[in-house]
Design a protein around this ligand. Structure first.
Ligand code: HEM
Length: 146
């Protein structure tokens, strides 16, 4: 169980960089591109897939991690509250926003409307993700860079 937990932790931690990269690329495209091409669609899709992968891995970790424990007073403990509630709720909201953005962009006809949906929903999602990542400088949360 410890090995599985460690594999999941490293995948979840490393995958964050792909999430950030694809979201950033999708947003830059949405602000700069002059037509909606296949490569733009693929980057929007990769961003969607990587956040959904994080959700699946995260759900397993939620049940395996020793940072998620609903013991007496867990809400008063910053580490247990972060992983038991804040990280989960924040990331769920971000993933929902990104999913809405992707499907709106897919259904819209012209490229300005497609990119508008990505600009709004992916940017909001990215900001929320950045806020709820347990960055190493938030030392109490015990997160790493990879
Ligand atoms: C885009 C979405 C997400 C990103 C970018 C993300 C990123 C991260 C990062 C960077 C860590 C720290 C890993 C480390 O340094 O050890 C982490 C830990 C964790 N995440 Fe996520 N996460 C996301 C979504 C979720 C979701 C939706 C859940 C729950 C369903 C979740 C559950 C966890 C848990 C339980 C840990 C602690 C694991 C441990 O150290 O034992 N994550 N996450």
């Amino acid at each position: 169980m410890q090995t599985l937990n460690s594999i999941l932790n490293h995948s979840h931690s490393g995958l964050r960089w792909l999430v950030l990269l694809f979201l950033l690329l999708a947003i830059v495209n949405a602000f700069t591109a002059k037509s909606f091409e296949k490569k733009h669609k693929m980057i929007n899709l990769f961003a969607l897939i990587t956040v959904h992968l994080q959700l699946v891995i995260g759900l397993f970790q939620y049940f395996l991690s020793d940072k998620v424990k609903f013991i007496d007073g867990w809400m008063k403990n910053p580490l247990l509250r972060f992983y038991g509630m804040e990280h989960l709720v924040g990331m769920l909201i971000a993933i929902i926003l990104i999913t809405i953005g992707y499907s709106k962009a897919k259904r819209r006809e012209n490229y300005t409307d497609k990119f508008k949906a990505i600009r709004i929903f992916y940017t909001l999602g990215l900001i929320i993700i950045l806020l709820f990542i347990p960055w190493p400088f938030r030392s109490i949360l015990g997160g790493g860079w990879f």
